[in-house]
Design a protein around this ligand. Structure first.
Ligand code: RB5
Length: 152
């Protein structure tokens, strides 16, 4: 799979080990920065990874900041992105199975590197269940993205 990855300074230390794991698993990786621990702004990397998903350059994305929350808030502003902040194995699995999340967001100040690597593996091994109720809910989001209206 093609996977875009990005982090801010707080997530930078986790980015290389995650890239290494992705390459071991034979994924093609697009590293969209940041490239040091110099303070920077997480929305920049969230938008770069989000746009790689939107533009179909990547199939899935991974974002890392201190909490996984800032990058998820920003990435979800990009059309077609469903980014989920992940702090547990259960969330890593469910965001794929129920929400068809196309970006996994991790928090380096919440989870250890070992936990984060495990979440990446679980997320990639899981599959969207494509059940009609899940698809209906995602379609409600799609419609809202298109015309700012929701209906059930
Ligand atoms: C950076 O200090 C921190 O605020 C950022 O990495 C992230 O946790 C924001 O949600």
């Amino acid at each position: 799979m093609k996977i875009a990855i990005g982090s801010d300074h707080a997530g930078f230390a986790y980015k290389e080990p995650i890239i290494e794991l992705l390459r071991q698993l034979e994924h093609e990786v697009f590293d969209l920065g940041t490239n040091s621990e110099t303070s920077t702004d997480y929305p920049v990397y969230a938008f770069k990874v989000g746009e790689a998903i939107r533009d179909k350059i990547a199939d899935l994305g991974i974002l890392i900041c201190g909490t996984g929350i800032g990058v998820s808030i920003a990435a979800n502003k990009v059309k077609g992105v469903r980014a989920g902040a992940c702090q547990s194995e259960f969330a890593a699995k469910m965001m794929r199975e129920h929400n068809d999340a196309n970006i996994l967001c991790l928090g380096s100040r919440i989870n250890t590197l070992e936990e984060a690597l495990n979440f990446v593996k679980i997320y990639l091994q899981s599959e969207y269940s494509a059940g009609p109720r899940h698809q209906r809910r995602i379609d409600i989001i799609y419609k809202y993205e298109e015309d700012g209206k929701w209906e059930k």
